[in-house]
Design a protein around this ligand. Sequence first.
Ligand SMILES: Cc1ncc(COP(=O)(O)O)c(C=O)c1O
Length: 432
Amino acid sequence: MDGDGSGLTVAGVIMEELRNLLEARNRHISEALSIAHGKPLHIVRGEMQYLHASDGIKYLDLVNNVSHVGHCNPHVVEAGQRQMAILNTNSRYVYEELTEYLGRLTSTLPESLAVGFLVNSGSEANELAVRLARSFTGNHDMAVIEGAYHGHTGMLIDLSPYKFRGPGGRGSPEEWVHVFPIPDTYRRPGIDYSAEAREAMKHAGPLAGLLIESMLSCAGQIPLPPHYFSEVASAVRNQGGLLIADEVQVGFGRVGTHMWAFQQGGVIPDIVVMGKPIGNGHPMAAVFTTPEIASSFGDMEFFSTFGGNPVSCAIGMAVMDVIEKEDLMNRARILGERFKDGLNSLMQEHELIGDVRGRGLFIGVEMVTDRSTLEPAAAEASALVDSMRDQGVLLSTDGPLHNVIKIKPPMVLNHDDVDRTLSKLENCLSAV
Ligand SMILES: Cc1ncc(COP(=O)(O)O)c(C=O)c1O
């Protein structure tokens, strides 16, 4: 029988369930937390690069860079379950999982970044990084890039132009925050972006540091231009500050050629911040730095109750196993190229696509209504995301002008996923 005996069809029952869930959500969750993908999606199961909805539809997830090695990756699930049954305690005790895991992560980093702090979220990690920079340098002011988002705590909202200039924000930076323009080679070509940042820095005075993503995410999926990272690092260091690389979005091999996106930038950061993919969905994050900077709190103790607990370490270790055993970094490079080649072909046919950019599986497609004025096609980008959703592919938009489609899927994607996405995009673009 098509229904539950109450006269409702299966589709009706599913709608009813969703309505109840939304009602409960609206009662107990602040409206400050919006729902992803426009129409609410009731997801009941994750399976590697796919999400299954309650109505039986299987979606290809092209935006969740947290589920780095795949939703519910069995190796990661098993590692967490096993460790949960053996021991979970805190990092004031001595246990192999902690030291082995820290050793594993440091083995991927330059030798100087030998000391790690394990915490629970990207926000907590960025807070800690800024605190370390302030203690080490004795300076207070910070620099960030226009359009950046670094976390939801009080201090990080002040360090996130994406937030303080966005809806509900105060509009302008606090006096201790200095904002450098986005080195955007598409919208502002032919500029010496490093000189521009140096100019902005002249007015800043002594700095504690520059907090910068090694490849910009919320600012519009923008790879840093050649030499920018190293040139801006030396300018910041000349002002007494440290270079803090936020790898929360782009780390763990996503850029395809290196484990860390900063490794193509020609400079070793003083502090590296990791998050999102580090635990494949388990709440974890980390800060790595030099022994000297790590010691700068002096006599003040550092302790994070959950950071570095054995279960998190086992999960983090399993994530590293999968990245290495399945050669996911290389896969990101190959599939990223395939994606970009296909998107570039679509750009030839469809005027709406103004720019295709990115590294590995971190790609941005900037949409414009006019290729000469670069008028942002925000409504069209959003309509495209909606119609792709109706075709079973989850994407989203970002960037200061809300016209950049971002692609940052679980890294276990395959060739067929890419090819099918490109052909669906072609159909949807013709209809927009
Ligand atoms: C670049 C970047 N840094 C930091 C954060 C904050 O991480 P979390 O949400 O885990 O606190 C985010 C979150 O979106 C981010 O994108």
